[in-house]
Design a protein around this ligand. Structure first.
Ligand SMILES: [Zn+2]
Ligand SMILES: [Zn+2]
Length: 258
């Protein structure tokens, strides 16, 4: 399994993109900084998008990806998410109010975007991967995804989450964990209220992971609050030392082979 971090940041600025992860060149999880990371031939290989939640920084490039699909090569994209998320994304981005109605363009019979609701806790085969959606704590309904390839490699991406994400550890056993740290420990209270993690929260959640599952997977951090990146890096390195774990910050175009 080839994992590519397309966007690893909380804010879009020159050199940093919003959160989006590409698996084996064809399956995308979250569509923050997606289209600006890939050439048209690369975008053409994408068949499937999974969404963790409806927040704009995770769904925005559904519109630009759908536009390129609909206008240039007329291939269909299948978007999976819980029903709640799909309804908001439809209303906000895809229904035609903001731009083209990609649920009916170029035709109602063969639209650019097909929406498929995903049920939490039920394992589903999607383009050859076993996908398990597990609800996580955030400020709005959110699921993390465990994605397992046919040769048994697996990752879990939490999406945006905060204290209490450990409630989902009992359902998963990935070899790679991709999660978020939106700010440094000095903003812990604010981050918790906003539904995010800081390094000291991450540490507590990872201790729970080890207690429940008997090991710690490699951990990659995304959704990094740009102005605090150096502080986050230092605090995460301290957590890694204390837990004797492999935890590092993700970055744009980072590739990980499982
Ligand atoms: Zn969010
Ligand atoms: Zn976010």
């Amino acid at each position: 399994m080839e994992v590519q971090i397309l966007g690893a940041h909380l804010a879009e600025v020159k050199g940093a993109r919003l959160t989006s992860i590409l698996i084996d060149n064809s399956l995308v999880v979250d569509a923050g900084g997606l289209t600006s990371a890939l050439s048209l031939p690369e975008q053409k290989k994408i068949e499937t998008v999974l969404l963790t939640h409806h927040h704009f920084d995770h769904t925005r490039d559904l519109v630009t990806l759908a536009a390129n699909n609909g206008y240039y090569w007329r291939k269909q994209l299948v978007v999976y998410a819980p029903r709640y998320t799909l309804d908001i994304v439809t209303e906000g981005l895809l229904s035609g109010k903001l731009y083209t109605n990609f649920l009916e363009y170029p035709s109602k019979e063969k639209p650019t975007v097909i929406l498929e609701a995903i049920e939490p806790y039920s394992r589903k085969t999607i383009v050859g991967y076993e996908v398990l959606a597990v609800p996580v704590k955030h400020s709005t309904p959110t699921v993390g995804y465990q994605i397992t390839s046919s040769d048994g490699k697996s990752l879990f991406y939490t999406g945006d989450t905060t204290v209490g994400v450990s409630e989902c550890w009992q359902h998963i056993s990935p070899e790679l964990l991709i999660t978020e740290v939106a700010g440094p420990d000095k903003y812990a209270d604010w981050l918790n209220k906003a539904g995010h993690l800081c390094p000291k929260f991450l540490k507590e959640e990872l201790i729970q992971f080890r207690r429940l599952n008997g090991y710690l997977p490699r951990v990659i951090i995304v959704h990094i609050g740009n102005p605090y990146e150096q502080e986050i890096k230092e605090e995460v390195a301290q957590v890694a030392r204390e837990l004797e774990a492999d935890i590092s910050l993700g970055y744009e175009d980072m590739k990980i082979t499982l």
